[in-house]
Design a protein around this ligand. Structure first.
Ligand code: LCS
Length: 392
């Protein structure tokens, strides 16, 4: 089997048969001519493989699916227009009224909102097992265990092998959101997780210029999600977005190594700074999930969070940053900084936010690919301002 860096370049790619084009062409078409009546009938009956309609499949999005499936070590993948479209398609395909979804948090605020505001309205029970033993939270109606690791925004680490073991023992499907780690650092399917979901918008793209999502796993389950969650809900990925994602993914492994190296240096700097009350980074020995992270991650990723003690300090710090742009999203070449409490996690209840460490003083950094020394100087300047404020 080729190694990850080779897969990142070659998987899903073959010379285009008509022209020999090396780069994946963008098949910017909504429909595909099947030629004659009989072939159309056979294609729709599934008796012959071929492209029909871009909402169902397209050669450019197919190349993205194949590259991602190869990187994750999964049998197949299905692409979506965004991470939320992938998560919604997965949930609406695999769950029905009366079922229970158990999750380990924290989660991206949009995912948590979808679970409580939308899935719950369709009669699906949502159970937060973050603060209790997972085995005890599983009941007769539990159909799905959902976990994000490292989790957004406090980088909490969950033991994927342990989640998979418990899920398998009970005949429950497990899903891991691998957006933060990416297959360059963690391969959840190898640890026994059934399905991986992605916001490809983030590190898979890497350049902050597109949206994307995907579900990866066994062909049978992916087929089910394609047949129902994609065909019926319609969140298909556009061929142009697939092209950008394919281009970004060629450098995924190298970028994740550089993001991880930069984030580790940023985290160590922050840990030694008196104005910072707490640093959340799985690569630090002080992180409660460090040992598990060291087992299931090849490096610790590009996301760091810090606690500054108050909203005023967070505001003063954020408004002073130069290279870190204040914006949501993450995983880009450009460094980004967000205040989860007032943005991505604004709609999560106050009680849950505070329990999960999403406080008014929390800042989340997506460490980009600038020189880490410049980023540290930027942080140092901004922290001086926050410290002056704290001093009165
Ligand atoms: N999963 C995770 C872990 C995420 O961080 C996000 C988006 C999603 C799924 C949803 O993906 P999307 O539909 O946006 O492609 N996270 C965001 C964030 O932290 N800031 O802006 C979006």
């Amino acid at each position: 089997m080729p190694r990850l860096r080779t897969l990142a370049v070659h998987a899903g790619q073959r010379p285009e048969p008509h022209t020999g084009a090396l780069a994946q062409p963008i098949f910017q078409t909504s429909t595909f001519v099947y030629g004659d009546f009989e072939r159309g009938r056979r294609l729709f009956a599934g008796e012959e493989a071929g492209y029909l309609y871009t909402r169902i499949q397209n050669p450019t999005t197919r190349a993205f699916e194949e590259k991602l499936a190869a990187l994750e070590g999964g049998e197949d993948a299905v692409a979506f227009t965004s991470g939320m479209a992938a998560i919604a398609a997965l949930a609406f395909t695999l769950l029905k009224p009366g079922d229970e979804l158990v999750y380990l948090g924290p989660l991206y605020g949009g995912t948590e909102g979808f679970f409580y505001d939308t899935l719950a309205r369709f009669g699906i029970r949502i159970t937060d097992a973050t603060e209790r033993p997972l085995a005890e939270a599983l009941g007769p109606d539990t159909r799905l265990i959902y976990v994000e690791t490292p989790a957004n925004p406090t980088l909490r680490v969950h033991d994927l092998a342990e989640v998979a073991r418990l899920a398998r023992a009970r005949g429950i499907r497990s899903v891991a959101d691998n957006t933060f780690a990416t297959p360059a650092l963690t391969r959840p399917l190898e640890l026994g997780i059934d399905l991986v979901v992605h916001s490809a918008t983030k590190y898979l793209s890497g350049h902050g210029d597109t949206l994307g999502g995907a579900v990866v796993g066994p062909a049978e389950l992916v087929d089910e999600i394609r047949a129902e969650g994609l065909r019926h809900l319609g969140g298909a990925q556009s061929p142009f977005d697939a092209f950008l994602l394919l281009r970004g993914m060629k450098t995924l492994v190298l970028r994740m190594e550089a993001h991880s190296e930069g984030a580790m240096r940023v985290a160590r700097f922050l840990e030694g700074h008196p104005a910072v009350r707490r640093v959340y980074y799985p690569g630090l020995e002080s992180h409660p999930g460090h040992a598990v992270a060291a087992r299931q991650m090849r490096a610790f990723g590009g996301m760091v969070a810090l606690e500054l003690g108050s909203e005023a300090a967070a505001r003063a710090f954020l408004d002073r940053l130069r290279y870190f742009a204040q914006a949501v999203s993450l995983g880009d070449v450009d460094s980004l900084a967000t205040h989860p409490y007032s943005t991505t996690h604004q709609l999560v209840s106050e009680e849950v936010r505070l329990r999960q460490g999403v406080t008014p003083g929390l800042v989340r950094l997506s460490v980009g690919l600038e020189d880490p020394e410049d980023l540290i100087e930027d942080l140092e300047r901004a922290l001086a301002r926050a410290a002056a404020l704290e001093a009165g």
